[in-house]
Design a protein around this ligand. Structure first.
Ligand SMILES: N[C@@H](CCC(=O)N[C@@H](CS)C(=O)NCC(=O)O)C(=O)O
Length: 221
């Protein structure tokens, strides 16, 4: 099997990197930079038309969308038990988590735009930052409720849904305080203890967006 992953360090393509490690699959990693715009090269756009990471090539098949890629990898490697098959009792919960991860990641992306990528202060809206930070807090509380006192998100154990949602728990804390969600904090520590997580981090590369540990809501917003 030949796999090439178009990857931006510390981005959603980390989900795919982590999934590949969980499955024990080797991949060639093509590292990209959002700041340098390397995803916009015509040969990359041919695979990822919206110039976004991740994009993956598996034996000539090309795919974008981290959630779809994880579902595809889970389905094509059922022996690993990282997905939940159609008809199984937790299927609906599994699909919900796979998609809820992008509701949350979308909020983080909006905050990244405001805090990190817009350079002209005149373009930044403290009101939008406040609104999206509050919305992110709501998703964190919701996720903590979904996790409850379980080890992982589904009773079937660790799987693709934990990778989708778990990845968010590394970027959300730039905008919300993780210790306010103690169950999520402990869950993140359990995820970090996984050898596949650690192997994926070792291949991830340095993030190039955040220049401070925490970005608060601007005063007066
Ligand atoms: N829903 C897509 C989102 C992909 C996406 O937006 N990726 C970001 C990195 S996290 C990206 O490549 N952004 C490039 C840009 O905004 O120019 C997925 O889950 O794969």
């Amino acid at each position: 099997m030949s796999i090439r992953l178009h990857h931006v360090p510390f981005s959603r393509s980390f989900r795919v990197l982590w999934m590949l490690e969980e499955l024990g699959l080797e991949a060639e990693i093509i590292a990209h930079s959002i700041r340098k715009g390397t995803m916009r090269a015509p040969e990359v756009r041919a695979i990822s038309p919206a110039a976004r990471a991740p994009a993956i090539e598996i034996d000539g098949l090309t795919m974008i969308e981290s959630g779809a890629i994880l579902e595809y990898l889970a389905e094509t490697h059922p022996e690993a038990g990282l997905g939940v098959a159609a008809g199984a009792p937790d299927r609906a919960k599994y699909l919900q988590l796979m998609h809820f991860a992008e509701t949350q990641a979308g909020l983080i992306e909006h905050l990244n735009m405001q805090h990190v990528f817009l350079r002209d202060p005149a373009l930044i809206s403290p009101t939008v930052i406040k609104l999206n930070t509050k919305r992110l807090q709501v998703t964190m509380a919701a996720l903590e409720g979904m996790l409850g006192d379980h080890e992982f998100l589904l009773p079937t154990g660790f799987g693709a849904a934990d990778i989708m949602m778990g990845f968010n728990l590394y970027s959300a804390p730039y905008y919300v305080t993780l210790s306010e969600y103690p169950k999520l904090e402990a869950y993140r520590a359990r995820l970090e203890a996984r050898p596949a997580y650690q192997a994926a981090r070792a291949k991830d590369g340095a993030q190039e967006f955040y220049t401070q540990d925490f970005y608060p809501i601007p005063e007066g917003a």
